[in-house]
Design a protein. Structure first.
Length: 310
């Protein structure tokens, strides 16, 4: 596929996003304060922290490897013409598999959270399902399955239509997972802080609204876009501006929540502890640098078939 000048902003945005992916993963992997944190916790909860932290470590290592591969591949793409399609698919497949394993490593957290449900009241069970179990199932089972299916579809001998379809499906699942996990953390925060934590601080109220309703609306919109694009035969037919708008919106959500703390310095809570301290997907705040160029990308006419073959 020939390069054009309009590709440059997209390539720059993609490079910055992959570097952010690498740097945040690097920081998460080599920040060692978590080692031994279970010894600082009293009661049986220390064993829960120990087993979940240890189980998640191999997945984090593989995500770090995936980030190195991603940065290397984009730097190569930035400086040279695209490699053959078959080679590009192999690189993307490896990144997707490692990323899927990272999310699968959280399944231990899901498993150990379930037995405690059966020894409490109905109210406790329903609350735990909403703020813990269901979000954990979505991120540790549903999401990695969608990524593995996408990796399997990345085959130069298979129709591009299926690759596009599953890329959009996986993207929609990602947004639904972020909606579930972030909303659950706001619910946990409100259990401790009360609604005063929202009404007294406008930035917190807006963050809650964007999380509980904005992310849900974005996830639904992404799902509709995926459904409408199921018959798209090539990237030239895909509405890149719509995809860019979705990417931009998701990135702005993460960027807004980060800047809320930086500029307003609201009282610390479980929400900020999660979003700023334990959120390994905070690298997504760089997504606007990719979403904006896609919005302004002009749709190309279909290219000769010989330019698209492996």
């Amino acid at each position: 596929m020939p390069e054009t000048k309009q590709d440059t902003p997209v390539r720059v945005g993609l490079l910055i996003v992959t570097i952010s992916y690498f740097l945040f993963t690097l920081h998460a992997l080599f920040t060692t304060q978590w080692i031994g944190e279970w010894n600082r916790i009293t009661g049986t909860f220390n064993f829960y922290v120990f087993i979940t932290d240890i189980a998640a470590l191999p997945g984090l290592v593989l995500r770090f490897v995936a980030s190195i591969i991603a940065v290397g591949a984009v730097i190569f793409y930035f400086s040279k013409p695209l490699p053959p399609i078959s080679k590009t698919y192999k690189i993307l497949r490896l990144i997707l598999v490692f990323e899927a394993i990272y999310w699968l490593s959280l399944v231990v957290t899901t498993v150990v959270s379930i037995p405690g449900l059966f020894s409490h009241s109905v109210t406790f069970v329903l609350t735990s399902l909403a703020i813990s179990v269901i979000p954990l199932i979505a991120e540790s089972i549903v999401l990695p399955i969608s990524l593995l299916v996408l990796a399997w579809k990345l085959n130069p001998n298979k129709p591009v239509q299926n690759i596009i379809k599953w890329s959009l499906i996986s993207g929609s699942v990602f947004i639904f997972v972020f909606w579930l996990t972030n909303t659950s953390m706001w619910l946990v925060t409100l259990q401790v802080k009360g609604t005063h934590y929202l009404t007294a601080y406008p930035g917190n109220l807006l963050s809650f609204i964007l999380t509980a309703f904005g992310l849900l609306a974005l996830a639904i919109y992404a799902t509709i876009f995926a459904a409408q694009s199921t018959r798209v035969q090539s990237l030239q037919e895909l509405k890149l501006r719509t995809a860019g708008a979705i990417i931009l919106s998701l990135g702005m959500y993460f960027l807004w929540n980060y800047l809320t703390w930086v500029f307003f310095n609201y009282p610390w809570s479980d929400w900020y502890a999660w979003f700023l301290g334990h959120n390994l997907d905070l690298w997504l705040l760089s997504l606007p640098l990719l979403g904006l160029p896609l919005i302004f990308t002009k749709r190309r006419s279909k290219e000769p078939a010989e330019n698209l073959t492996p």
